[in-house]
Design a protein around this ligand. Sequence first.
Ligand code: ATP
Length: 591
Amino acid sequence: MYSTPQLLVRIGRYLQSGIQPLLMAALLAVGSSLVASALPVVIAVTIDGRLRGSISNAQLCMIVTALAVSGWALNWGRQWLTAGLVGQTVRRLQIDATDAALAKDAAFFDRHSPGQVLSRVTGDTEGFASVLTLTLNFVSQLFLVILLGGLVFYIQIALGFLLVAIVPLLVSTTLLFRRVARTAATSTRRVMARITANVHESMAGIGVTKGFGQEDSTYREFDQLNRLSYQVYLRQGLIYSMILPVLTLLAGLGTVATLYVGGRLSQLGSLSTGEWYFAISALGALWVPLTQAASFWSLFQQGLAASERVFALIDDRDSSIRSGSEPVAALDGSIELRSVTFSYSATSKVFENLDLYIPAKQVVAIVGETGAGKSTLAKLISRSHEYDGGELLVDGRDVRSMMLADYRRQVGMVPQFPYLFNGTVAENIAYARPGAPRSDVMDVIRAIGADLWERIVPFDLDDRIDNSRRGVSVGQRQMIAVARVFLQQPSILVLDEPTASLDPATERAIQQALGRLMAGRTVLIIAHRLATVRRADRVLVLNEGAIVGDGTYQDLLKQSTHFAELHRNYYSHEAKMQPAMQAEMTRPMQI
Ligand SMILES: Nc1ncnc2c1ncn2[C@@H]1O[C@H](COP(=O)(O)OP(=O)(O)OP(=O)(O)O)[C@@H](O)[C@H]1O
């Protein structure tokens, strides 16, 4: 939590580098306010005939035109400088916010969805921009209000008080409208969010909808929401359409009052016709800045709240991952956990005093029921999450003494659903080593086996992958991910059973590619299916965060009741599935 002065100081710091344009904008604001006030003064003086004889009509017209044009130019210059200043400041803030988001560890993204982070980097930085724009505009409008108001008081104190009496009416009406309009806008936003979610879900699940013939019910659901949206939009439109006319009416009433009081004062001889004109013009020129100034505070508070969220993202530099300065070249890959404890939160302890030794180059499969801690163990070893207690040694060295980026380069991961970036196939492979020459990418394909590669990936290396489209299958993604990790040449490899969801032919091809990748490395296979465990040198059985079995597949079948139970459950399930699958495959297709 930041106090308002802290936030203002922080915003001020972001503005520091733009101090010159800021001062220029302030000067132009003062200049344009002076010109805006000078225009009615010149006309008033002319009406009173004080310039008669010393200035011709043509000269007067030229002065008025020059004032109007210079007022426009000064205002334009101020707006241009403000836009440039705000744009640059927001750009710096967005860079800082993105930098901070990229520096966060995985635990942060467990707590915050990508959508939340995105809204801080984009939406909330816009909120920050609105604070700057609002403040700069407010200062210039305030100056105009003080200048014109002061002149009215100077000319005729009674008219000054009349103006002061109108201000609360105008301000309170503006605030009332703001509140009503905000409630209406919130309802509209909520309905729009429901419509967006509804359309997104309908389109994402269109295959299922069509499969079950549910187009009508999907349409009815949307239609209901759409009617609701029509009603809230209509209400919002009604409110918005009333704001300007009502405020204009109030300003008109103010003008009538000024006209009346000014007329009486003129009759009494205490106000000249020119001064009377000036008071009426001043009111006309003041009501827009006054209504805008009235809504300044609440908009300013919203902008401050948005800025606070961005600063919180930037300042939260506490990385839970501890690291040192020791560089890490290639590792042998032995891993040792000594009394390691870890929990995601106070209520979910995963490991308590976990001991484990994996010799270098061993292929270890980790099995266990869902929630046993298989993925968490991989997260600790890959240093995406930090353990709370105990020690983690790699090649006998404390991982916390090593440089984090160096260490992570030594750990390769192939997940079940690899993420590919927009770009060519070659660029996606070279992501592991940006700037890697084309020949290295070709070497990787050769190491995997060109025939194997071509069987799964029908694209050219220069073909573009559009990640938002679904043109790349899971098997193709995995083959590209295997190539990417091959290029990385890690010492330790973590496979989150990549082939679990593939058809047998693709699975065999990816397994072959993985076999080539695994050679000469320490490998951890998070195994969801026992069928993939057989190729491991060693199997670890996890249950509720504890190792309850450790040995070869055959040994465990004899020694570990837990593993035997897993084995029985797995194969009886497979046996039940086989006939069902065969029946499904032999069932004649209904057209
Ligand atoms: N990000 C998280 N935040 C809080 N708790 C988590 C998180 N990820 C996992 N857990 C919890 O930690 C425990 C271990 O989860 P983990 O994902 O390691 O199990 P797993 O054996 O890999 O399971 P699965 O086979 O289903 O992937 C579970 O109780 C799980 O609910």
